[in-house]
Design a protein around this ligand. Structure first.
Ligand code: FAD
Ligand code: DHB
Length: 393
């Protein structure tokens, strides 16, 4: 088999890249380790920046996100038992985010890809990358007991944090930066109406909580738990009790509970690999960087990377110039580090850290008080939350 760009991974980064390249007339094949159903079963992010919506539009897959996604113009910060609204729309000159689940983004991209008859190889075992430091890179995989090989011009490593792409790079060619947090998020998805029409980020002495949603009838809630907590220890009832205990009296009263459709614990980590390009191999999304989820930047960073990468491939094939591909890593990393900083800061502000005790709690409350009453501080939060702009090559 031969293609122009071999894409490893059919998460949002790989699928969106495939669709953007197809629109630009660039041939691509996606190789995914899991089955399509498995990929669609993962419940993850829920907030899309305008930059992501614009990229979905460029890829021709924004119809359902526009029709069914919920536009949000503000968020609420809850601390010391009271809620304070951050007017993102007013503070950013009219920007907003769209609440629309990653699962739905993935479904829309998969459907568009299969409608065009584009090649996606699901359930590919033992995927391996070869000769990406040469002009003849290749990807090998096993399927149905046979070994297959794809020859290509470039490889896009969109295979997430645990993927094979970053792991294929020689250790002396890559530098990594990492911070692991001493807690995780226990998340529940349930078919109950959201407690509030905007997202609530709560700082409490019992730990962080987040009230989010997927639609007017489906809610997504999270509570901070210790890093070594096990999901089996949490009945639905225990989860709802803990969430209720972290809300303000009005929200506590309004909270509607029900059986969980999904319940899982996600660890929190900050991670960046530099650079994001190694010869003919380009990393994008979680393969190159991880943010803690506070502020919902993970999915949005992944889409921004492939926005840059697809444009750089267009310039390469259309204008016969490698200059944009040469700038890819630097351009991505500038924006990635800003999102890393924001996600680390918002995580640090909102969570209970075992080691900082009552003093840490007081400092957080003072910063939150300053944040919601200072125009400058609120604007900085709003600008980052709605998403920083993409630069031009
Ligand atoms: P992924 O979605 O990880 O996709 C990578 C794909 O590559 C997967 O389909 C995987 O099966 C495939 N793959 C892996 N290894 C191989 C291989 N060897 N060969 C072939 N294919 C391979 N972000 C938020 O903003 N808010 C959230 O609430 C949130 N919750 C999260 C919860 C969890 C449990 C996780 C893991 C992430 C969460 N994120 C959240 C982050 C967000 O979901 C990711 O940033 C986003 O999925 C990144 O997309 P991606 O395409 O880069 O990677
Ligand atoms: C969701 C996740 C986030 O990390 C966040 O900051 C907001 C919403 C969600 O899953 O809905």
């Amino acid at each position: 088999m031969r293609t122009q760009v071999a894409i490893i991974g059919a998460g949002p980064a790989g699928l969106l890249l495939g669709q953007l390249l197809f629109k630009a007339g660039i041939d691509n094949i996606i190789v995914e380790r899991q089955s399509g159903d498995y990929v669609l079963g993962r419940i993850r992010a829920g907030v899309l920046e305008q930059v992501t919506m614009d990229l979905l539009a460029r890829a021709g897959v924004d119809a359902r996100a526009k029709a069914e996604g919920l536009p949000h113009e503000g968020i609420e910060l809850l601390f010391k038992g009271a809620r304070h609204r951050i007017d993102m729309h007013g503070l950013t000159g009219g920007k907003q985010v769209t609440v629309y689940g990653q699962t739905e983004v993935t479904r829309d991209l998969m459907e568009a890809r299969s409608a065009e008859g584009l090649a996606t190889i699901y359930s590919a075992a033992n995927v391996s990358l070869h000769d990406f430091d040469s002009r003849r890179p290749r990807v090998r995989y096993e399927k149905d007991g046979q070994t297959h090989e794809i020859e290509c011009d470039f490889i896009a490593g969109c295979d997430g944090y645990h993927g094979v792409s970053r792991a294929s790079v020689p250790a002396d060619a890559i530098q990594t930066y990492e911070k692991v947090y001493p807690f995780g998020w226990l998340g529940v998805l349930a078919d109950v109406p959201p407690v509030s029409h905007e997202l609530i980020y709560a700082n409490t002495e019992r730990g962080f909580a987040l009230c989010s949603m997927r639609s007017a009838h489906r809610s997504r809630y999270y509570v901070q738990v210790p890093a070594d907590e096990r999901v089996q220890n949490w009945s639905d009832e225990a989860f709802w009790d803990e969430l209720r205990a972290r809300l303000d009296p009005e929200a506590r009263e309004r909270l509607v509970t029900g059986p969980s459709l999904e319940k899982s614990i996600a660890p929190l980590r900050s991670f960046v690999a530099e650079p994001m390009r190694f010869g003919a191999l380009f990393l994008a999304g979680d393969a190159a960087h991880i943010v803690p989820p506070t502020g919902a930047k993970g999915l949005n960073l992944a889409t921004a990377d492939v926005g840059y990468l697809s444009r750089a491939f267009e310039i390469f094939y259309g204008e016969k110039s490698a200059s944009a591909l040469d700038r890819y890593s630097d351009l991505c990393l500038r924006r990635v580090w800003k999102a890393e900083r924001f996600s680390w800061w918002f995580t640090s502000l909102m969570h209970r850290f075992p080691e900082t005790g009552a003093f840490g709690q007081k400092i957080q409350e003072a910063e939150l008080d300053y944040l919601v009453h200072s125009h400058a501080a609120s604007t900085a939060l709003a600008e980052n939350y709605v998403g920083l702009p993409l630069e031009d090559f």
